[in-house]
Design a protein around this ligand. Sequence first.
Ligand code: BYC
Length: 482
Amino acid sequence: MNIVQVDYDGLIPNNVGLGEDVRVKHALEKWHPGYINWWKDMGPEGFQESLVYLRTAISVDPKGWAKFDYVRMPEYRWGVLLAPQHEGRKIPFGMHKGEAAWQEVPGEYRAMLRRLVVIQGDTEPASVEQQRYLGKTAPSLYDLRNLFQVNVEEGRHLWAMVYLLQKYFGTDGREEAEALLQRRSGDPDTPRMLGAFNEKTPDWLSFFMFTYFTDRDGKMQLEALAQSGFDPLSRTCRFMLTEEAHHMFVGETGVTRIIQRTCEAMKEAGISDPNEIDKVRKLGVIDLPTIQKKANMHFSLTLDLFGNEISTNAANAFHSGLKGRYREDRLKDDHQLEGGTYPVLRLIDGKIQNEDSPALSALNMRLRDDYVVDCNVGVGRWNKVIAEHGIPFEIKLPHVAFHRHIGEFTNIKADVGGNVLSDAEWAKRRGEFLPSDGDKDFIESLMQPQMEPGKFASWIAPPRVGIDNKPGDFEYVKIADA
Ligand code: BYC
């Protein structure tokens, strides 16, 4: 079998030899109608008949893996694609370091592995559900197409995890695959598994912040799982990371374009003080302090996705060789961490301070630290745009103790600088840090659809280049009457 080329003949495009794997093929074909029903019920509302200019994976060769064409979303070819197997790959970390990578699930780690696959799988449809209504208020056809690209690929990532469940986890894998279609983002009775995936994504600034901050958690977690000693998981995650890069691009450039438009409008109107919020809003753009508040919210919600700073689950997953660190293969240490320590920011006697903790228990913290570094790179680029317009304002990521619901800082209130606040102070100052109802209403008032090819809503600049090098007035979505 040529692993790089994808078999497109059957119902499910794949490069895993499904044609010869009758049991798994049937299991996936049985799961398929439920998936399509879920997509129609919970996928992008109102655009299922529209033709969307989407990329579809046709190979896993890093050079040229996708083809672009118009497709109706329910007819998108969601497939199962794994990065090529590395001959002789060894488990890169933990107590089994140096042993041959597992091609089957090791019995003693079955439950732990299944839990990781299910949690990863659960986030993918959750994000589609969260973004379900955004199409109706898209600021351009370019952005509408990007939203749908992200959505169909999150759908494919669900397929990626469901393949692992169906192939390697027998009856309970099948049940978990069904349950992934039953839970719903924000549902009080059957919510999605992780907190941030039950929040709303009510407007396009939220969407861009989500794809910048929360998809980046996806990147970090996938990078950690791509190191796994369980080879099929590693290979699946490696290919998912190729797609994930575009999602973060959508987020980073989306926020950049909003900032750019705000700065341009301020300059044209002769406003140099970013805190003249009412005047800036009258220009039909989003003021920088509100953009900061949205960043505060999405960053803090996403930090919760890293779990507790000190975690036995994380230690066990590493020790067993199931989940590594960010870019484990580039780190220079013993890859076992049994004696080492790592500084963990903790709440000690009411004060936020570093404490050296056993490195194995601190792996969530370490991944979160790597995440914060990665987040700051794009924030620096946003600030460059602001500086180029000569506006005295800088977007800053809030302190990690700010607005937390998981881990060390769950039971305290802190401001964006990490100063502990009383409940009363927090209640009084909350609106300084997080979007207020007024801010939300203002943003909502801007969310008017702009569906003419080449046109953009007042509050966002056009992109510098089109998708697949298409010209500015390209019709990325041919909207069909619903
Ligand atoms: N919400 O030992 P702890 C993505 C639970 S995003 C609710 O600290 P652990 C994407 C935890 O489950 C990436 N519950 O946890 C992005 C545990 O419960 P149990 C998704 C939470 O295991 C955008 C208990 O608290 N992938 O791909 O060390 C669009 C003790 O916690 C939360 C993954 O996350 C929470 N936030 O770390 C689309 C990778 N946090 O089991 C897609 C797989 C913790 O004791 N998952 N809990 O009942 C993992 O590696 C880990 O499960 C976590 C948690 C890092 C999430």
